[in-house]
Design a protein. Sequence first.
Length: 281
Amino acid sequence: YYFVEKQVSFGPRVISSKGWQECALWLEKKFKTYTKNIIIQQAPITTYDGKNHILKNIIASFSPEKNNRIALFAHWDSRHIADHDTVNQNSPILGANDGGSGVAVLLEIARQFSNKEPNIGVDIILFDAEDYGQPENSEYPIMQDSWCLGSQYWSNNLHKPNYFARYGILLDMVGAENATFRHEEISSYFASPILTKVWRKASNLGFGNYFIFKKAKQILDDHYYVNTITGIPTIDIIEYDPATENNFNKHWHTHNDNMQNINKNTLNAVGQTLLEVIYNE
Ligand code: AHN
Ligand code: ZN
């Protein structure tokens, strides 16, 4: 919870902004207290609005010498607009849940690993520029693959030659009260056994109210590029809300995606489940 709060304290983390720069430095510094194996991947990108930036993917590795490894992913940027809000659509959002929550859980997992190393190697990979996708009402020409620029870059330019992981887990919007996570279609297609493993573990731990054995329609997210480009079977743990029109969290891409949208029990359910999965590998 504190790690979400800290990220949000920098303000919106939109690529090239002051909040983004300061948060990147803090993330790097924080990860360095948990492992000495940090890689910052930088690359030029052009977004759908014709702007040029240098993206930063932040990678923290545990037991980098081990061949038997898994990868954990989240995006650390926040959206540059509030295109699903009714007010102030042109100002950037805090992204406490959308961005902050996944990173926070992975920071806590890194902190745990610094006390007790798992048997397998683990790479924690924070993608930049996931959320700079082209809005539906955009006046710019349609740009293909405008979302998930950091994961596209990493998938095409792995941080180590011949890098491979047995499987990957992406966290996206894992912090809201009473969130539910379902078997999303792309995850099922590429990594069904991993879904089963994680959801079973969650049930055994008493988190069956969060991890539900039901299907959800496909979501274009970072795991799509990881699966299709790298071949690392990767699932997406992402909130599915049957009550909203888009089935995302009700505060998705609005200014209400702030600390009030964050719940400690949900963060705990996700973090504890991942730790149990990883320490049992
Ligand atoms: C689309 O809206 C196309 N994908 C959702 C990916 C996303 C945005 N996750 C968080 N913010
Ligand atoms: Zn988003």
